[in-house]
Design a protein around this ligand. Structure first.
Ligand code: TYD
Length: 216
């Protein structure tokens, strides 16, 4: 019998796209398919022991320059990878991570205006591994904003007042999906939650079967 190797799956999209709900659904289903203890659900920013401080710095409303913000997201990722993601992958677990490098490109480049090549250079220098698969939950900014404002008080990034910020981030994600069609799958996240979950599951199941075949 072949033991399956783990896989690194990231979930991306603008605030209000339904990431957390879909990550939870996916992890429940994956655990039932793979066995208990085989899946690590995690997130950025902040999904590690030192992450709460960085998350607070990033999201609690303090004004930060774009460069400081970028470096804090990268520092958070570095700690998160070293202490959570890489050890889990090395143990053979599947890792489902809400937000990763595509967030940095979509928000800090398309959103904030830092050149994408500069960010890509930093990501390469950090040697952050490329995910095996990325699910982009595509939703327009109006739908996302109405979901968010129905929910709770917005954090610093979510309440980004500048006109068009979220719209630029969506464009960034769509462009990234166009550039990396083999890795990023686009799911229409304006559909109802169950329908979105089914599509996500379908994509991950195909990925799992391909991986399994590749290992035989
Ligand atoms: P998130 O954890 O998705 O917020 P919440 O849990 O409140 O839904 O993300 C926090 C914010 O950080 C979000 O607006 C996107 C932003 N972000 C970046 O700008 N760059 C990054 O590299 C990451 C990981 C997140």
């Amino acid at each position: 019998m072949t033991t399956e190797k783990g896989s690194f799956i990231t979930i991306e999209g603008i605030d209000g796209c339904g990431k957390s709900t879909q990550a939870a659904e996916l992890c429940t289903w994956l655990e039932s398919a793979l066995g208990s203890g085989k899946v690590l659900r995690t997130f950025e920013p902040g999904g590690w022991s030192g992450g709460a401080l960085l998350r607070q710095l990033l999201l609690d409303g303090m004004a930060l320059t774009s460069r400081t913000e970028l470096l804090l997201f990268l520092a958070d990722r570095s700690g998160h990878l070293d202490s959570e993601v890489l050890p889990a992958l090395n143990r053979g677990q599947w890792v489902v991570c809400e937000r990763y490098t595509d967030s940095t490109l979509a928000y800090q480049s398309w959103g904030r205006g830092i050149a994408a090549e500069e960010i890509e250079g930093l990501l390469a220098w950090c040697r952050f591994p490329v995910p095996d698969m990325t699910i982009f939950l595509d939703v327009d900014e109006e739908t996302a904003r109405s979901r968010l404002s129905a929910r709770r008080k917005l954090d610093r990034m979510e309440s980004e007042g500048e006109a068009g910020f979220a719209a630029r981030v969506v464009l960034g994600y769509r462009e990234l999906a166009r550039r990396h069609p083999g890795r990023i799958v686009v799911v229409d996240a304006a559909a109802d939650v169950r329908r979105v979950a089914e599509q996500v599951r379908g994509h991950v199941e195909r990925h799992r079967l391909e991986r399994y075949r590749g290992e035989r």
